[in-house]
Design a protein. Structure first.
Length: 181
């Protein structure tokens, strides 16, 4: 049972990561044909962030709400995906926000002014904060070495096992995890 819950939580966090990948675009390297030395400048980051924002802003109102940050998935064959709830009628109070989860924490982190939507400036600010963290030598550019250092610092360098991506093995002598008993 514990393994099922853990697997479900990991799968949900994976979908959330995909849905909220836009703010992470500052760490994505440009296509090699566009930039052979693969150096990313602050201006490149702003341009990429603005393009991502425009793609995500489905209703073109200049703001991203929670529905625009949801993952874009095809409905399942069994019809298990539910349609989003309708907007509240005029004068009716909106439903209370869902309890804080991974996506809600990320949304709250991006929504710095707390107005319930993410505007272009908030979206850019997150990408530029990430850029500044990755720009180790503070020269206004992120090169391949700085990108790799950021990946390593974030633990994104998992090893590949025979079944695909697997986490690295625990260090020798580490206590064994509880088997759920």
């Amino acid at each position: 049972m514990n393994r099922f819950i853990l697997a479900t939580a990991l799968a949900t966090s994976g979908f959330t990561a995909v849905a909220l990948a836009g703010p992470l675009c500052a760490q994505t390297a440009p296509a090699p044909g566009d930039n052979p030395d693969r150096v990313m400048t602050r201006e490149d980051t702003i341009a990429r962030t603005d393009r991502r924002f425009d793609l995500m802003d489905a209703n073109r109102d200049g703001k991203l709400d929670r529905t625009e940050l949801q993952p874009r998935r095809a409905p399942s064959a069994g019809g298990a995906d539910m349609a989003p709830p309708p907007p509240p009628a005029d004068g009716a109070a909106p439903p209370p926000p869902p309890p804080p989860g991974g996506a809600d924490r990320m949304f709250a982190r991006l929504d710095t002014n707390g107005d319930g939507v993410i505007d272009r400036d908030e979206f850019r600010a997150q990408a530029l904060r990430r850029f500044d963290r990755m720009d180790a030598n503070k020269d206004g550019k992120i090169d391949a070495a700085e990108r790799q250092a950021a990946r390593d610092a974030m633990g994104m360098r998992g090893e590949r096992g025979p079944e695909g991506d697997t986490p690295p093995p625990p260090p020798a002598g580490a206590p064994k995890p509880d088997a759920g008993q």
